[in-house]
Design a protein around this ligand. Structure first.
Ligand code: F0G
Length: 459
């Protein structure tokens, strides 16, 4: 028995590197102005540390790149498809697996089949594309996260939990309008917070009792399972894959973006048990994505995902992953920067409502903070607040539940010194946050406005 050391290291070393382009503050002020003050409009080469998203931005492993060489591009029945299907079913043993090019394609297919006018879809919290696809079908997207999940400062081990009382009350009055209940693991819009196994069991029991389908939005299933392993009583002795399989056994299906935990640069799937719904979904798939053994993906993508799935549940990786996100969050918290607590799995969420309390939510405090982080240090983050969620289906604009700025950490991509730099920049910007201006939107599209809106500072 040797000494146990406390430093948690990356369980990998670097094999191939990408250069970063250094920029000056003056260049960045010009670049964000030219981008209409929308970080999605920047050229990525003008970004130094890109924390816009953890989606599709992770580093693939040597074994994933090797798997790509095995990609078989047969139109139908490729061996790459069978490897992918087996890897998905190993963790999520649903009867039907329907490959899509990314998560939102799975959502579009599912909600175009089960959604529609007059329907209500409950979720702990819909992410932006999920909400948009529910609403595009004519249905209502209803968020039912527990009260603790709506307060940035409240510490709770499973802040992503569904409010089971509220779910049951809704099913009692509107059961016939509810085709499916969705639980998002982890809860991305609410701080990357996990959902407990007990809560998932509870949702499952309620759905079975009322005879409605229960689906997972499972993009970050491995991170969620790690939190269950670490925080939930009786779970620490189990294998991560075993926890994932139990979660899957409690549900009737899932939508998935494979650009998150499975280390894909692209990919997704829809999986479910119901034969009839699966047939309807496959018919839509053939219209919009492709033949059912490739969906929207190349054979080589299917291979990379099959390999990535097996890496996503490895405990050494997950320990490092969750610890390195906490490292950033804990340092900011210690420096007095308000963050959503506890720290989530894939990202640290800055509380812009507190930090920029001089601004009204309709002056977009989160957007203002995100712009300032870019100007100061070339860090690209993402507003998750009134810009993202403020426009209502009836056309009105309402403040979102929280004004957050998400620093999403791409998987296996940045080192500790990149993160130390982020800590320095965020702490500096936070120290002068009260001097940051509000913004007004000068252009917005009809749906998912945050991706293409343009802003002007209110001076
Ligand atoms: N569901 C959740 C919880 C997500 O976080 C995302 C994507 C999707 C569905 C849609 O998947 O992008 O593959 O179509 N989230 C990314 C993000 C974009 O930055 O959080 P997709």
């Amino acid at each position: 028995m040797g000494t146990t050391y406390r430093t948690i290291i990356e369980p990998f070393r670097i094999h191939s590197v990408e250069p970063l382009r250094m920029t000056t503050e003056e260049e960045r002020v010009g670049a964000i102005d030219k981008a209409g003050n929308n970080l999605f409009n920047l050229h990525a080469e003008d970004v130094l540390v890109d924390l816009l998203t953890d989606s599709g931005t992770g580093a693939m492993s040597r074994d994933q790149w090797a798997a790509i060489q095995h990609g078989d591009e047969s139109y139908a029945g490729s061996p790459s498809w069978f490897r992918f299907e087996a890897a998905v079913k190993n963790l999520f043993p649903f009867k039907h697996v329907i490959p899509t090019h990314q998560g939102r394609a799975a959502e579009k297919i599912l909600f175009s089949v089960v959604g529609g006018a007059g329907k209500i879809i409950p979720n702990n919290t819909h992410f932006d594309t999920t909400r948009a696809n529910v609403e595009a079908s004519g249905a209502e997207a209803r968020d039912l996260v527990i009260a603790e999940g709506l307060d940035a400062a409240t510490v709770h081990p499973f802040k992503g939990n569904m409010d089971l009382g509220a779910l049951e009350a809704l099913l009692e009055t509107n059961r016939d309008d509810i085709p499916v209940v969705v639980v998002t693991i982890t809860n991305n819009s609410g701080g990357g917070q996990p959902v407990s196994l007990a809560n998932i069991r509870g949702v499952s029991e309620i759905c079975r009792r009322y005879g409605v389908l229960f689906f997972l939005d499972a993009c970050r299933f491995a991170e969620n399972a790690w939190f269950i392993h670490e925080r939930e009583e009786g779970q620490s002795g189990r294998e991560i894959a075993d926890i994932v399989r139990e979660i899957a056994s409690l549900a009737d299906g899932m939508t998935m973006s494979a650009k998150k935990d499975p280390f894909g640069n692209i990919g997704g799937w829809l999986a479910l048990n119901d034969d009839q719904i699966a047939e309807q979904c496959r018919n839509v798939l053939i219209l919009t994505e492709g033949f059912p053994t490739y969906g929207g993906l190349a054979g080589r993508d299917l291979e990379a995902l099959a390999q990535g799935l097996s890496e996503s549940v490895q405990p050494d990786y997950l320990r490092y992953r969750i610890r390195s996100t906490a490292y950033l969050g804990e340092a900011l918290d210690k420096a007095g920067v308000p963050v959503v607590k506890p720290i989530g799995g894939h990202a640290v969420y800055l509380d812009a409502k507190t930090l920029l309390s001089h601004l009204d939510p309709l002056e977009y405090p989160g957007q203002s903070l995100a712009i300032a982080l870019y100007q100061a240090g070339g860090i690209r983050s993402c507003e998750i607040g009134t810009v993202m969620f403020g426009r209502q289906p009836d056309g009105s604009e309402q403040p979102a539940a929280m004004e957050l700025v998400r620093l999403a950490i791409p998987r296996r991509t940045y080192t500790q010194s990149h993160i130390d730099y982020v800590i320095e920049v965020v702490t500096d910007v936070a120290s002068r946050s009260r001097s940051l201006p509000g913004y007004r939107m000068v252009y917005e599209p009809k749906a998912l406005r945050h991706f293409t809106a343009k802003f002007e500072a209110i001076l």
